[in-house]
Design a protein around this ligand. Structure first.
Ligand code: ADP
Length: 163
């Protein structure tokens, strides 16, 4: 049983993330999509809300589960007996940070490999932050996120005092 984890903020999950999930799930026996609870960024959605959306959008992938973790990604990977950490790459700008993280994780836990999947061209410009900004200013994100995520974003901005 070869297991991988795909860690991230997923605030919220986008079509770019879903593409990576689908491709990683086809390479491993099991994939755990793991919401990181200690990102420096101030999230819009709670961990439970982010996990809930991930559970709904990954419902059709039979070998994918959703979890969350605090602390070091490599520790969570070891706890789950994962052989790999999956990360997505969109542009050169992602590279430096991802490269440093991968080297640090390798130093901490040599048995766990970081595997990078290159974004699909049509998703290369999608980020959770861009999606949030478009919705905040009334734009349409129906090609960037699943409908349920678009609805949750609209609800969030309607019910909160963000502007
Ligand atoms: P983090 O805060 O850990 O970067 P994100 O949710 O922003 O969390 O991203 C999680 C992972 O998904 C990262 O490896 C990121 O590069 C990747 N990712 C985000 N958006 C896309 C996309 N559109 N295409 C491919 N990979 C992506």
């Amino acid at each position: 049983m070869r297991l991988a984890i795909y860690p991230g903020s997923f605030d919220p999950v986008t079509n770019g993330h879903i593409d990576i999930i689908e491709r990683a799930a086809s390479l491993f026996d099991r994939l755990i999509v793991a919401v990181s609870m200690n990102a420096g960024k101030k999230p819009l959605f709670t961990v439970e809300e982010r996990k809930g959306m991930l559970v709904e959008v990954t419902d059709s992938f039979r070998n994918v589960t959703v979890d969350s973790f605090k602390g070091l990604t490599v520790n969570f990977a070891c706890e789950k007996k994962a052989v790999a950490i999956i990360r997505g790459l969109r542009a050169i700008s992602d590279f430096e940070n991802e490269f440093m993280m991968a080297l640090t994780n390798k130093k901490l836990q040599p048995a766990v490999e970081t595997i990078f999947l290159m974004t699909k061209a049509e998703y290369s410009f999608i980020s959770s932050s861009a999606v949030k900004e478009v919705v905040l200013f009334g734009g349409c994100v129906s090609t960037l996120v699943p409908p349920l995520v678009e609805n949750r974003l609209r609800d969030k901005y309607i019910n909160c005092d963000y502007i």
